[in-house]
Write a protein that binds this ligand. Sequence first.
Ligand code: KG4
Ligand code: ZN
Length: 362
Amino acid sequence: MQRPLILGIETSCDDTACAVLDGDGRVLSSVVSSQLAAHRPYGGVVPEIASREHLANWLPVSEQALAEAGIRTAELDAVAATRGPGLVGALLVGLTLGKALSFALGRPFYAVHHLEGHLYSPFLDPATGAAARAAAAAPQRFQGLVLSGGHSSLFAVHDGRIETLGETRDDAFGEVFDKVGKRLGLPYPQGPRVDELAERGDPAAHRLPVPGCGDTLDFSYSGLKSQTLTEIERLERRLGPLGTAAGPAAELPQPALDLLAAFRAAAVAQVIDRLERLVRRPPGNGGGTDGPLAVSGGAAANRLLRRELPAWSARHGRELRLVPLVYAGDNAAMIAHAALLRHHRGLVDDPFAAEAESRIPI
Ligand code: KG4
Ligand code: ZN
């Protein structure tokens, strides 16, 4: 176990998470307590409920994280918590706990940007506890793709400096999966379920849009969403109701599975399109072919995406680092890891200055 030992806290949305990392980025423990059951009756995350759940979950989650890591609170060398973006009430719980803990222990504090956590998460090793291995050193230069419920973003990272190359213009990648699934009455979070159902469909049954965003590397999913919802209505006129926002869909008929497969194929095709454009960009403009592509975020669990990305990587001879599935969704190991990288660069935050913010540039 290398010093410093860092406690990470993540409460930006509906997962209460706590992790302990050592100075080599070994994940000594990573505990994530999901609030799915509390939000499921509403079909999505209710901010007020999320904050209250974080408060109730924090003690058992942090006690478990420390016990699994085999350390006592007093042995921690630093504390890190997510400062945003996310739900402000939810962020405030974790951020305030983190500040209080760092103050009480007299240890440095790191207020971490949630996307910075995702961005470096592909370099974490999936083994935890006794089997934990050091994180791979993040290269000086790499490009990062983060796909989550709130973001579809492309970044270029040089020596710790993060430049945004492309961003969500409307619905994010994960969000559009959630909305399509919700329309079919699937339980929250709909993204993984839509992905699973799409495996059983034929994507060739529909042609859905893969829009560009001019010369930019931005993402736009609202057109795909509208057209998919229109196609669902058309199917319902033929086949009867497929599901309601209030209740779970009955077993979906084959034409609906085909539509989901076509929807997923178009969503993933847009990602691959942006990566093709990225490769064509001249070096110095965020493009070029140096450094690996690191892919992360909850929606990086998408099965089709995980099949298509290695093909893109082989086509262009680009190294690909796909986030280990355990660190795709929100977790605190990635927050402690981002803090550790800042520590290695000699940075630290003032706990009294850190504020929770719903939207902040990276
Ligand atoms: O990173 P994350 O856990 O939370 C945010 O920061 O948003 O991402 C959650 C998002 C949700 O929208 C969820 O439906 C989506 O990722 N997601 C998926 C899949 N697994 C999770 N979307 C598509 N396919 C999946 N397999
Ligand atoms: Zn996230």
